[in-house]
Design a protein around this ligand. Structure first.
Ligand code: FES
Length: 347
């Protein structure tokens, strides 16, 4: 039973903490400004439209040909195989977007290269072009502070699996704009408001590894801890039931019991109910015995002195020494009226 109680105690701390996090972060999600939480205060739509002169367009196969001649560029991890080719544009100028590797979603691992749709010349999204693409979607007051190529991961967009340009602006929100390095796609805007909301989302969904994934190992582990909390609580409840902690007071009897102080001098008497434990019974009579666990039998602070013959419960074996038990010390939350004639109040 000691192990059951220990598991229950630690599981309740973990579950309780996470419930507290759920409540506070859930409350924040209810009251937060959703636009701020998305980090899009300074985001505008790029209004460039493709200006297409069909007569100047080269055949897609020419673009493929020039791609074959392309050495692997610094920014493209593409192989020479192409799974699809589509017509797109950069600032209105048509380009062929060659897809070398296609993930199920845009943020999955993809690999692209680009060619001018009129000349077939390879286009690389370099720092300068990335900055121009980012600034076309930014309406804030900040100037560009830095432009960095992130090869592996984008902290502000943990689901993003492709290398990206990070363009940082010197505004009051520390806005960062992310451009996919292979295709020039706008991944998104982020700023301090979004970062704060992301922390709360991380805590709320227990996504401590910032994987952008709800089905994390932490949440599975938490489900098991909660199961343990439930099972141990159930076992403990049954045990308490057998110890007589849950009794109907409907047909109870009352009896007068004498109270003694710690020097064993009479200080009065109280009427106690035989279906209520002594801690609760004394409290009802305005006699307050110290209690930290609220009657759970785990804190050991509700000590009283009875006759040494009074029955001893498991909780008392755990919380009181052999010497104390022999002297008649007991936990008031574990004891019932039974044949008790007097109670010595220790505090
Ligand atoms: S109130 Fe905590 S052990 Fe009795």
């Amino acid at each position: 039973m000691t192990l059951i109680k220990k598991i229950h105690k630690w599981a309740s701390i973990i579950v309780g903490l996470q419930v507290l996090i759920w409540l506070s972060s859930g409350f924040y999600f209810n009251v937060m400004d959703h636009k701020k939480a998305k980090g899009t205060q300074y985001r505008v739509t790029n209004t460039y439209k493709m200006i297409l002169e069909s007569s100047k367009l080269i055949e897609p196969k020419q673009a493929l040909e020039s791609n074959r001649l392309l050495e692997k560029s610094e920014f493209s991890k593409s192989s020479n195989s192409v799974v699809s080719i589509s017509l797109s544009h950069l600032f209105g100028q048509p380009v062929y977007l060659l897809t070398h590797e296609k993930g199920l979603y845009r943020h999955f691992k993809n690999s692209y290269s680009m060619a001018d749709a009129y000349t077939g010349k390879q286009i690389t999204i370099d720092a300068e072009l990335a900055e121009k693409l980012a600034s076309a979607t930014y309406s804030g007051p900040g100037k560009v502070k830095s432009v960095t190529l992130l090869e592996k991961s984008v902290d502000d967009f943990p689901k993003e699996k492709n290398s990206a340009w990070q363009i940082n602006y010197a505004d009051e929100l520390n806005t960062s704009v992310y451009i996919e390095a292979g295709s020039g796609r706008l991944i998104g805007h982020s700023n301090d408001d979004k970062r704060f909301a992301d922390i709360l989302f991380m805590l709320h969904f227990m996504d401590y590894a910032s994987e952008g994934n709800f089905n994390s190992i932490q949440i599975i582990l938490f489900a098991f801890i909660t199961l343990w909390l439930t099972l141990t609580g159930f076992i403990w409840t049954i045990k308490l039931g057998f110890e007589g902690q849950y009794q109907l007071t409907l047909f109870s009897n009352k009896r007068i019991v004498q109270l003694l102080d710690k020097d064993h001098q009479p200080i009065g008497s109280v009427s106690l109910n035989d279906k209520t434990n002594l801690l609760d019974g004394l409290t009802k009579n305005q006699i307050y015995i110290p209690s930290v666990c609220g009657g759970g039998g785990t804190c050991g602070s509700c000590r009283i002195l009875l006759s040494p013959q009074a029955k001893i419960t498991d909780a008392e074996y755990e919380k009181l020494s052999k010497f104390q038990l022999e002297k008649g010390y007991r936990l008031s939350c574990q004891q019932f009226l039974a044949d008790i004639e007097s109670i010595t109040i220790l505090n």
